[in-house]
Design a protein around this ligand. Structure first.
Ligand SMILES: [Zn+2]
Length: 83
C-alpha cells in the first residue's frame, strides 16, 4: 500500500500499527523525506468482500462487493459471443 505525503508528495512509510477492531487498524505513518519528516495517524478498514474466505469467521462479515461494469472499450474482443 502506497500513501503519499500531502506536503512534499514523498512516500509515507507505516512505522507501526495497532488493531482497533477485527476489521480496523490504526497506523502511524512517517514521510521518508528527512527534510519533511511529516508524521500522521491513519485508519485502515476493510470495507467489503471481493472473494469470500474458505475459512470464514462470522464475526468478520463484510458485504460482497458489487461488480462494477467495465468501461466500454471498442478494442476488446467479445469472448462470450455477445452474452
Ligand atoms: Zn513529506
Amino acid at each position: 500500500m502506497l500513501m503519499t505525503c500531502p506536503h512534499c508528495k514523498g512516500r509515507l512509510k507505516i512505522r507501526t500499527s495497532r488493531e482497533v477492531t477485527l476489521l480496523t487498524r490504526e497506523a502511524y505513518l512517517q514521510c521518508e523525506d528527512v527534510h519533511c519528516a511529516y508524521t500522521c495517524v491513519a485508519i485502515i478498514s476493510q470495507v467489503r468482500t471481493i472473494a469470500p474466505s474458505m475459512k470464514p469467521n462470522p464475526l468478520a462479515y463484510l458485504p460482497v462487493s458489487t461488480k462494477r461494469p467495465a468501461a466500454e472499450d471498442t478494442r476488446q474482443l467479445d469472448l462470450l459471443g455477445g452474452k
